[in-house]
Design a protein around this ligand. Structure first.
Ligand code: C5J
Length: 223
């Protein structure tokens, strides 16, 4: 049975048995005051603002028995999975592997690399450490989803135009139908978020669909 989700560019037929909620990089260093994102001069309040809607979506999804995937942008402590092309760009003031206010930046296991408490994974949920911006690169995520018969991916998380959009495009190329939850994703640059939403749903859904989380919540409540 599929649930009809009002979405753009047209309705999304959600089949819970074949769908997963993918929560991208809701990590302390990107979202919390004092973390990597704020140290670089970004207004993290923009990202914090999506937490309540994301919590409500996650709670409803869990209640409906849906599969949840969490990702973290995380590198090995020796940085052997971080190519120079990634390491040497970004702000020279604070680079991947440097010590920030919440431990080493984007290094697995460090306090700042953890998912925020409000959206912490629970037993049975998939947690992916990804060295790239996209969640499919060098992670085995595609195989994990295929083993579980997943064909539809609903996306939340940060930042919209970087890790969320990259992952959504990777998913699209692998044959998944992606739906981006508009109020559960954010960027440090509001114009980049707006542009990403437009790009995703342009040309008949060239990358996928977008919808407010309330559209999914209403459908799940009717289950
Ligand atoms: C993510 C980034 N998660 N903006 N990372 O989008 O570098």
């Amino acid at each position: 049975m599929s649930l009809n989700i009002p979405a753009l560019p047209f309705d999304y037929p959600l089949d819970m048995a074949r769908a997963a909620l993918v929560i991208i990089d809701m990590q302390r260093d990107f979202i919390e005051p004092g973390g990597f994102g704020e140290t670089l001069g970004n207004n993290v309040a923009l990202l914090e603002a999506i937490v309540p809607a994301s919590q409500a979506m996650l709670a409803a999804w869990r209640q409906a028995g849906g599969l949840v995937v969490h990702t973290r942008e995380a590198h090995k402590p020796d940085l052997s999975d971080c190519p120079p092309a990634k390491l040497n760009r970004g702000s020279p003031a604070l680079r991947i592997g440097d010590v920030g206010n919440m431990g080493r930046i984007l290094i697995a296991g460090e306090p700042g690399n953890q998912i925020i408490d409000a959206l912490a994974p629970v037993a049975g949920e998939i947690v992916i450490d990804k060295p790239g911006k996209g969640a499919f690169y060098a992670t085995g995520l595609h195989e994990m989803l295929q083993q579980r018969g997943i064909q539809q991916l609903l996306f939340m998380g940060v930042t919209t135009e970087v890790c969320v959009q990259t992952t959504m495009r990777e998913a699209n190329d692998r044959g998944y139908d992606g739906l981006l939850l508009e109020d559960c994703t954010e960027s440090y640059f509001p114009q980049f978020k707006a542009a990403t939403l437009e790009m995703v749903r342009a040309q008949g859904g060239i990358v996928g669909w977008t919808a407010p989380s309330t559209a999914v919540l209403r459908a799940l409540a009717a289950l």
